[in-house]
Design a protein around this ligand. Structure first.
Ligand SMILES: *[C@@H]1O[C@H](CO)[C@@H](O)[C@H](O)[C@H]1NC(C)=O
Ligand SMILES: [Cu+2]
Length: 225
């Protein structure tokens, strides 16, 4: 009885500590960002080989709005409450093929390139600059082609990642129109699902003991102009 009560209390605590990524810049929640399946539960993607790892949608549903931004500018992605778990923020972009609609395109195939990933500080424990924050500025590369894109936000919570399947993925995708770009094509693109292996050292990692002295972000290297 005691243990089931404890389990229940821990579950309640855990649920309240989860989060979503519903907003970019000044828009409303889930207006430019596609409504993620965790919009009520604040839960996380558990199966990183299933469809939800892409945009946290089991079945596709576009957002009603698209935010136009200039290449080279910074957009700010927001979580609905502070990101309380330790682990990296990462951002990816995928360009909507010409002639296809940003609302309908599902982001399938090896189309995603990484534009940011967070490295921890090392010491008595790993420290993450995302910890406790609820706004995350990310710079759109100035040299990529203009057009419509999906911007994928991802926070990987590592507090129980010591065993396979223990990492928690908090994900959503925003619809952007990027103007004033260049003509660079990022060389390394990945698909979701597909990019991540559950046993990647940045996904299955005990961050508590021994304290890691390095951290390898999952996914491709960050594209730079
Ligand atoms: C928004 O961005 C798209 C893609 O670059 C562009 O085709 C469109 O003209 C832009 N709309 C405005 C109002 O700037
Ligand atoms: Cu949580």
């Amino acid at each position: 009885m005691l243990s089931s009560l404890t389990t229940f209390a821990m579950m309640a605590l855990t649920a309240s500590a989860h989060y979503t990524f519903p907003k970019v810049n000044g828009g409303g929640d889930w207006s430019v960002v596609r409504r993620a399946d965790n919009f009520q539960s604040n839960g996380f993607v558990e199966n990183i080989q299933g469809p939800q790892i892409r945009c946290f949608q089991k079945s596709h549903s576009g957002a009603s709005q698209t935010l136009n931004v200039t290449a080279g500018s910074t957009v700010t992605y927001y979580s609905n409450q502070g990101v309380f778990h330790p682990g990296p923020m990462q951002f990816y972009l995928a360009r909507v093929p010409d002639g296809q609609s940003v609302q309908n395109w599902q982001g399938e195939g090896a189309v995603w390139f990484k534009i940011y990933h967070e490295q921890p500080g090392f010491g008595q424990q790993l420290t993450w600059s995302s910890n406790g924050k609820s706004s995350f500025p990310v710079k759109i590369p100035s040299c990529i082609r203009s057009g419509y894109y999906l911007l994928r936000a991802e926070h990987i919570a590592l507090h129980s990642a010591g065993q396979t399947g223990g990492a928690q993925f908090y994900v959503s995708c925003a619809q952007l129109g990027i103007t004033g770009g260049g003509n660079s094509e990022p060389p390394q693109k990945v698909s979701f699902p597909g990019a991540y292996d559950p046993n990647h050292p940045g996904i299955r990692i005990n961050i508590n003991w021994p304290i890691p002295t390095s951290y390898q972000n999952p996914g491709p290297s960050v594209f730079q102009c």
